[in-house]
Design a protein around this ligand. Structure first.
Ligand SMILES: [Ca+2]
Ligand SMILES: [Ca+2]
Ligand SMILES: [Ca+2]
Length: 91
């Protein structure tokens, strides 16, 4: 990452920029975005629509912090870091 890129990113995600709101890239349109790709905008624009950056799989709309854990599929469906039998939801 170059200095120029770092400066641009710092500006894009700076929550103190005047009059803008940070929106996170939501590739699967499930309402949850990713922390590493954000833009400070006046309104949701293009794929930058999410205000919650905690999507752990932004290519799978059934996997996000608001989804239920589906037991036995080997995926952390609800993004709490615990998969299947390790998730309290599966006990
Ligand atoms: Ca998403
Ligand atoms: Ca699962
Ligand atoms: Ca889980």
């Amino acid at each position: 990452m170059t200095d120029k890129t770092t400066t641009a990113m710092a500006w894009l995600i700076n929550p103190y920029s005047q009059g803008c709101t940070v929106y996170y890239y939501d590739g699967d349109t499930d309402g949850y975005g990713v922390l590493y790709d954000a833009m400070c905008l006046c309104a949701p624009t293009g794929p930058y629509t999410a205000m919650d950056p905690n999507d752990c799989d932004d290519s799978e709309p059934q996997t996000n912090p608001g989804a239920p854990e589906i037991c036995g599929n080997g995926i952390d469906d609800d993004c709490d870091g615990a998969i299947d039998s390790l998730d309290p939801d599966c006990l």
